[in-house]
Design a protein around this ligand. Structure first.
Ligand code: TTP
Ligand code: MG
Length: 367
């Protein structure tokens, strides 16, 4: 009989890793040009000697000493450190390195979830039985990333995604932070609320107005008060502050398409009825896209007539998007050739060619 696995079905016994590359774009640049090692390196738009209008994508830790950070106007970065090495964004290169790193990390995982160009969650196989073994495993991951890709990463280990994510950022760069389940509160409580994933500037500001600055204060805040201010999110915030997070590590790459179909109660050729149904299906596809943070490229329409003959039509867009109006417009275009005398039995719509939206990337289009 196989030995029972105590982690199975018990979320508090999970061991979750979060891996985040250090100053990712800048580290890749330094790897390519070793003479830049130790220098302040800023990757972003052209500083134009201080008059550039874009932003910093990221910078090396040497540049961070000058107060420079991601999303800062490049002109300001130039004023803070004019002698820094300024480099343009070479996204193809970073995407290539990212793919190689993710492949490597996947090899360490039983479950794997990439969440942005340079970070991923992973759950190792049953050979990692406890947090001591997890620490050694994390060192192996770090060594392997360094050996194969010649860049460093920081790893956080915890009993859920929330704790591992905060832990990976705790000792950057080249860090390793392991938080055992019994130490979660001690670890989280002194930290500012902004460390809780999802607490952006606005939420932090509202919390501050309520006198809540540290995670401990959020954890102990009256749920009534939080619900009044934040609605449903209030409870979630309180749970997170207490280190509770039951979200699964999901292998998103395994989702290849999102589609919805509907059969009409009665066969119909009424264009208003058909496009109305299509709209509802599209809304459902769209909310699933948002839930998974996916972008898509291809839209497929399926039509089945009363005689069960079935047709599909697809259109691939030149760009990645998650825009509902693009789905609606394209679906209506694809639908046009089928509208006529023949009655519909079913209509369906789907999106394929999916990829994860990288939240950080929205900021780097500002060249
Ligand atoms: P991060 O992991 O947030 O930052 P980082 O890897 O540069 O530094 P850290 O050591 O703190 O993890 O983002 C990963 C890459 O995403 C980053 O190298 C560049 C890009 N990025 C932007 O282009 N704009 C942004 O505002 C942010 C935050 C990141
Ligand atoms: Mg990073």
């Amino acid at each position: 009989m196989p030995a029972p696995n105590p982690k199975k079905n018990n979320p508090e016994r999970r061991i979750v890793f979060h891996v985040d590359m250090d100053s990712f774009f800048a580290s890749v640049e330094v790897r390519e040009k070793p003479e830049l090692k130790g220098q302040p390196v800023i990757v972003g738009s052209d500083p134009r000697e201080g008059s550039g209008r874009g932003v910093v994508s990221t910078c090396s830790y040497e540049a961070r000493k000058y107060g420079i950070h991601s999303a800062m106007p490049i002109s300001q970065a130039y004023r803070l450190c004019p002698h820094a090495v300024f480099l343009p964004v070479n996204m193809n290169l970073y995407a290539e390195v990212s793919a190689a790193v993710m492949e490597l990390l996947r090899g360490f995982s039983e479950k794997f979830q990439q969440v942005s160009i340079d970070e991923a969650y992973l759950i190792p196989g049953p050979e990692v039985r406890n947090f001591e073994e997890a620490a050694l495993y994390a060192l192996r991951i770090k060594d392997e990333v360094q050996r194969q890709q010649r860049i460093t990463c920081s790893v956080g280990v915890g009993s859920n995604k929330l704790v591992s994510k905060i832990a990976s950022g705790f000792q950057k760069p080249d860090g390793l932070t392991v938080v055992r389940p019994e130490d979660v509160r001690e670890f989280l409580f002194p930290l500012p609320v902004s460390k809780v994933p999802g607490v952006g500037e606005r939420t932090a500001e509202t919390l501050k107005e309520m006198g809540i600055n540290r995670i401990e204060e959020l954890a102990n805040c009256n749920i009534q008060l939080l619900s009044e201010r934040f609605g449903k999110i209030g409870l979630r915030l309180k749970q997170l502050a207490n280190g509770l997070d039951f979200e699964e590590v999901i292998e998103k790459e395994s989702i290849k398409s999102i589609s919805r179909h509907g059969t009409f109660a009665e066969d119909t050729n009424d264009p208003v009825k058909i496009s109305g149904s299509l709209d509802l299906l599209i809304e459902s596809v769209h909310s699933s896209l948002l839930k998974h943070s996916f972008l898509f490229k291809t839209i497929t329409l399926t039509v089945r007539f009363e005689d069960f003959s079935t047709y599909t039509r697809s259109k691939t867009l030149p760009i990645w998007t998650s825009d509902i109006f693009v789905i609606k417009r394209t679906a209506i275009q694809l639908l046009a050739e089928f509208i006529g005398r023949r009655k519909f039995r079913l209509v369906g719509v789907g999106v394929t060619k999916l990829r994860i939206r990288d939240e950080k990337q929205t900021l780097i289009t500002d060249f």
